[in-house]
Ligand binder design. Structure first.
Ligand SMILES: Nc1ncnc2c1ncn2[C@@H]1O[C@H](COP(=O)(O)OP(=O)(O)OP(=O)(O)O)[C@@H](O)[C@H]1O
Ligand SMILES: [Mg+2]
Length: 239
């Protein structure tokens, strides 16, 4: 899906500082991703993980630092402009348009990105074939897991360059988490690039090319070594 971008950095977040009013919550945060990689952001509640994804997506403006995406500084850009550059944010709250059908939810994204509806829908049904029988169902009746899958499918509409996914397995039953894991694995095989916030360390260790550990608004470790990524006990120690 995202081939041909070479080894150049897709995104380079450099020393960003983010505050809510006077309360600074991100301190000198730096992270980077090459095209085709999945990096996971791990940390306790309140560590600043959502704030970080919102800042990359343009929903929050950093007070310092830079975000260089495909060679261009995008910090401070409005969220719509960031989205137009191919960065998609899947929020933690799993909010869908409940009164619209599944297809209607996809149609909004297809319209926004200029993609044909059929192609857009196929992005969802390729991830989760069962959705082909739910397309005319109201999104409001979907289970939590199905909503998350719909949101991920919707984020893939228009073939974005970078996904930012906030806690895709939060609140889901183990069997549904397995389904999300399968979907993320399939996306990884297609070289979808993503920063994913995730607390389930088993999911993290099975998918990550890189793990960033956050604590109190700072990145305290970057792990790229395969044996360390696989070691969930060691990862647990950082939480
Ligand atoms: N809108 C806001 N206004 C003020 N403070 C906020 C706001 N949103 C978050 N915070 C604070 O910023 C800090 C980081 O919050 P954030 O939501 O980024 O953490 P998180 O790592 O995503 O946590 P969780 O695991 O609970 O989702 C916390 O101390 C939080 O209370
Ligand atoms: Mg959060």
């Amino acid at each position: 899906m995202l081939l041909g971008k070479g080894k150049r950095d897709l995104i380079d977040v450099n020393g960003i500082e983010v505050a809510y009013g006077h309360a600074k919550v991100l301190h000198n945060v730096s992270l980077r991703l090459d095209a085709g990689e999945m990096a996971f952001i791990v940390g306790r509640n309140g560590a600043g993980k959502t704030t970080l994804l919102k800042t990359i997506s343009g929903l929050l403006k950093p007070v310092a630092g830079s975000i260089v995406y495909q060679g261009q500084e995008i910090q401070g850009w409005p969220a719509e402009s960031v989205a137009q550059q191919g960065i998609r944010f899947v929020a933690q709250e799993k909010k869908v348009f409940g009164d619209l059908t599944v297809k209607g939810n996809i149609q909004l994204a297809a319209h926004a990105s200029g993609e044909a509806l059929e192609t857009a829908v196929s992005r969802l049904t390729e991830l989760y074939p069962k959705f082909s029988t739910f397309l005319n169902r109201k999104a409001g009746v979907l289970s939590g897991g199905q909503r998350e899958i719909l949101l991920i499918g919707r984020a893939l509409v228009g073939n974005p360059n970078l996904l930012l996914i906030d806690e895709p397995t939060e609140g889901l039953a183990p069997i549904v988490i397995e389904e999300i894991l399968r979907i993320l694995n399939q996306m990884k095989a297609q070289r979808v690039s993503a920063f994913i916030v995730e607390q389930n360390l088993s999911v993290v260790s099975q998918l990550a090319d890189c793990i960033y550990i956050m604590k109190e608004g700072k990145i305290i470790r970057e792990i790229r070594e395969k044996s360390q990524i696989a070691n969930t006990d060691e990862l647990e120690g950082y939480l």
